[in-house]
Write a protein that binds this ligand. Structure first.
Ligand code: HGY
Ligand code: MN
Ligand code: MN
Length: 414
């Protein structure tokens, strides 16, 4: 069936679904805390499943809990076009990171059902498990296994800060995780997402054509010293794990600044043991997140992190380790899919520009297995991973209409 240029999403219904989903794990400050495999995630999934079935989709769940809502095509033998994102959030996340991409894709399914449109290819709407990586590292875990970048075993063995295992938490949700993870052909993957940066809003654009996803590396640092009395231990005699940590954290920030403006470096999590104000810290653990859109530059940043880790450890006379948690090289997205997104944006009378994604997304893995690209919409003041994250109805509508038309075009290709 030819693409239907006048078909549009129902903006009010999309917004109402976004607000209803935001109630689940909603925080007093107006954000969302719906972390992967928590009771809140389970409630969000149940609501999402009901909505998908009401939209005429058949829902399956794979071994890692990723949910696939399928709308049959006229030729069921063809690999599906996949659209979607993630419903899990950061602990102080917003209402739209990931969620907009999932619920806009749901809106696509609703419109196709209402209009009776049958595409040649099946269309599958996906909710990827554990995109954020805040509870279970690494991020983009389930899409990474789907794309063959990680094993199911490694994913199931991931533990959170309380030592709870991914596999156990998933089992406790009582989902029918019977579908295998990946191992099947996908015609294309398109993900709608908020920009999580200030450019589109500042420059007055409605849509971002995400041509590149920047690379990133995650590490865990463990520095081990010797706990002793804060009052009676002379400074020269100390093996203070915090002394090494603060020196290393300063070096991490310096590395980010030195490779700016594109380069970034963050220490977001830290644990101190025994964490008593009058005991010299015996052990300090913290995370490092470095990113850059250029592969060789990211490699240089990596080498600088490793050198700094050893120098700060030795200067404070510590033991310890730098553990590699994940590495995602920069991702060039598919020019053909990007061209469809650009054409549909123009046909809708919307303003778009090419843009680099600073944040990581499930699309980064899907690009390994099928033609993949992303559609960005602005978010207010570029704020994200913060409860103040916000967008306008118009931005949501524009992104969802581009997603609808792009999915129609791709799903009608032989
Ligand atoms: O870390 C990221 O960029 C994503 O939010 N998981
Ligand atoms: Mn996201
Ligand atoms: Mn995020």
């Amino acid at each position: 069936m030819p693409s239907i240029p006048n078909l549009r999403i129902n903006s009010d219904r999309l917004w109402d679904s976004l607000m209803e989903m935001a109630e689940i794990g909603g925080t007093p400050a107006g954000g969302c805390n719906r972390q992967a495999l928590t009771p809140e995630d389970a409630r969000g999934r149940a609501l999402f499943k009901r909505w998908c079935e009401e939209a005429g989709c058949v829902v399956s769940v794979d071994e890692l809990g990723s949910m696939f809502a399928r709308r049959a095509g006229t030729d069921e033998h063809l690999p599906p076009v996949m659209i979607g994102s993630h419903l899990d959030t950061q602990p102080t996340g917003g209402k739209f990171d990931g969620v907009l991409g999932v619920l806009a894709a749901l809106e696509v399914m609703r419109v196709l059902k209402e209009s009776g449109v049958r595409t040649r290819r099946p269309i599958e709407l996906v909710n990827w498990t554990n995109e954020e990586g805040c509870r279970f590292a690494p991020a983009m875990l389930a899409s990474g296994v789907f794309a063959g970048a990680l094993t199911v075993e490694k994913a199931l063995a991931a533990t959170d800060s309380a030592g709870k295992k991914f596999g156990d938490e998933l089992k406790a949700m009582g989902l029918d995780c019977s579908a295998p993870v990946g191992g099947r052909k996908v015609a294309a993957f398109v993900e709608l997402h908020i920009e999580q940066g200030p450019i589109l809003e500042a420059e007055g654009f409605d849509i971002g054509f995400v041509a590149v996803g920047q690379g990133h590396r995650w590490y865990d640092v463990i520095y081990t010293g010797f706990g002793s009395h804060a009052g009676s231990t002379p400074m020269p005699a100390r093996r203070d794990a915090m002394a090494g940590a603060v020196a290393m954290i300063a070096r991490v920030h310096a590395i980010g600044r030195a490779h700016g403006p594109a380069g970034v470096a963050t220490v977001g999590e830290m644990q101190v043991a025994p964490n008593s104000r009058n005991i010299i810290p015996a052990e300090v653990r913290f995370t490092i997140d470095i990113r850059h859109p250029d592969g060789p530059t990211l490699d240089r940043m990596d080498a600088e992190v490793r050198a700094a880790f050893a120098a700060c450890r030795d200067a404070a006379r510590l033991e310890g380790g730098l553990v590699d948690v994940s590495f995602n090289p920069p991702v060039p997205f598919d020019p053909g899919v990007l061209d469809v997104i650009r054409a549909e944006t123009q046909a809708l009378g919307l303003r778009g520009r090419d843009i680099v994604s600073g944040a990581g997304h499930d699309s980064f893995h899907m690009a390994k297995v099928c033609p993949t690209a992303m559609i960005f919409v602005p978010c207010k003041d570029g704020i994200s991973h913060n409860e103040a994250e916000d967008i306008t109805r118009e931005w949501a509508q524009g992104g969802a209409d581009v997603l609808l038309q792009t999915a129609l075009e791709l799903a009608d290709r032989p």
